[in-house]
Write a protein that binds this ligand. Sequence first.
Ligand SMILES: Nc1ncnc2c1ncn2[C@@H]1O[C@H](COP(=O)(O)OP(=O)(O)OP(=O)(O)O)[C@@H](O)[C@H]1O
Length: 597
Amino acid sequence: MSKVHPPPSAAIDPDPSRSWLRRAWPLVRAHKWMFGTALVTSGASTLVAVQVPKVIQEALDNSVVADRVPLSHYVWWLVALTVIMLVVGYLSKQLLFRAAARIEYDLRNMVYAHLTGLSFPFYDRVQSGQLISRANSDIRTVQMYLGFAPYLLVQCGVSLVAFVYMLAINVPLAVMAMLPMPLFYVASKRMQRSMFPVSWLIQARLADVATVVDENVNGVRVVKSFAAERNQLSLLQKAATRVRWAYVKDADLRARWTPLVQNLPSVSMAIVLLYGGHLVIEGSLGIGAIVAFSSYLLMLQVPFRVLGKLITFGQRASAAAKRLYEVLDEKPEIVDAPGALELTGARGDVEFKDVRFGYGDGPDVLDGFSLRLRGGETVALVGRTGSGKSTVARLLPRFYDVREGAVIVDGHDVRELALHSLRDAVGIVLDEPFLFSASVRDNIAYGRPDSGIADIERVARLAGAHGFIGELSEGYDTVIGERGYTLSGGQRQRIAIARTLLVNPPVLVLDDATSAIDVQVEQEIHAGLRTLFSGRTTLIIAHRPSTISLADRVVLLDGGRVVADGTHTELLASTPLYAEVLAQADERVKELEGTGR
Ligand SMILES: Nc1ncnc2c1ncn2[C@@H]1O[C@H](COP(=O)(O)OP(=O)(O)OP(=O)(O)O)[C@@H](O)[C@H]1O
């Protein structure tokens, strides 16, 4: 049985006018106990660390210089403090890393869940490399900051206790030692201002590189068939050069600012030596105080140094978070209407009523498109390339919404139906089906994961896939390579047909779904296809007369609307455009066969 994974514990604040940190706050708050305990224990361990110089000071003054107390007394104290620091430090780190991992889990799940919910128009606009980069590196950057910034801040805060101890030893010396600190603050601020744009640029350019790499890997077949490796490499080099430029700029700014910011506290050490040494010579301060002071100053350097890093880190996290929010704030365009109806036991009566549609802000692809498919009918949709046939197919399961008119299933506008019930009822097989890197059996059972092998074999037989599956090295258990590229185009199509058949949808759309199956094999599986179509409403988008002959009726699409409707023979006789489209398709098939594809 598969393990149940908990849903994310929190979502981000939806108000986009708020700062990125405020919006991310619910993620941290969801683990407040673990986080809180981690912070308290880390504060406690720092507090213990601050005691160490005090013990050394007393040991020097009372045991080494004055011989009033045995030295072993202080040695035991130091041992005890170290043990406490070890135990408390272990606890705080354990809890902190766990809390940080949980934040990452929540963030990752939230982003992926959101991406899954987004509609096709979003995926048409966004490059997948950018998405992958956002989903990986940006999540990590934000998680690191959310997880570790509060911890570092607590450590910084508690280290300031060191300053209180310095004041207790000698007020004027403590004040003088802290004099360079305002300068330090100003330098850190300036560093922050000059570095922010560059850190933003780095994130954006890394995403560009991811896009090129993604296209290179996914489009490797095209790249190689055009022997375009060099071009692709030069594209990558261009993107990588832009990243390098940003990193060099970052390094340049860092090299200018970091030494200044890091070494300013050393000025404090010089002041302590100069003024403190004078006080010791005068006899108003013990030598132990100077040693304690230098330790405290070292401790105080840590927060200031960390603060500098925290600032840069914060800028990266802010840039990453804003890019993640861009995705998270994206509203799915195609969603269930309030009170959406469940489509159950569909008859498969389909109607496109005076549909006008275009992609995004683009021109109309369909305009005044009307078509009725009665329950159980098989209709072939034919048209020139680019005439909008696949677009018609995409409107039926509501991948996109129409601009005007309506798509109606069983008397209901698809916009009134619950999306999951509509998509359960409409099966769609594409010409280039996507297969997963899983076994043939799992690919066929994708829509019905609980199906038994008997059902899987039955649909594979109908789709004409059983024969070649049997010849694969491990039959139905053969794992097919990424996207199914270890199979031929026709084999992939037959697996995709079987996959849809198993779901048994009352409405079926085959979008050029047999185009890669050779004519002879297609003839062989015609019987299977007829069984597949019987009892369900089928829209076949096809070019071959042999496929078209499976339909009861043929409609011709041109100029965004239906221009002819009838049987294959009727259309051949009455509509010259129909014969022209078929002839063009025939030429295309011959060309493809000629190139051996
Ligand atoms: N996702 C999209 N975003 C923007 N425009 C698109 C998109 N998909 C298709 N188009 C455009 O819509 C028009 C119709 O495309 P469609 O894929 O529906 O044609 P088709 O008739 O199926 O073509 P073919 O026979 O070549 O597959 C074309 O002009 C195409 O450029």
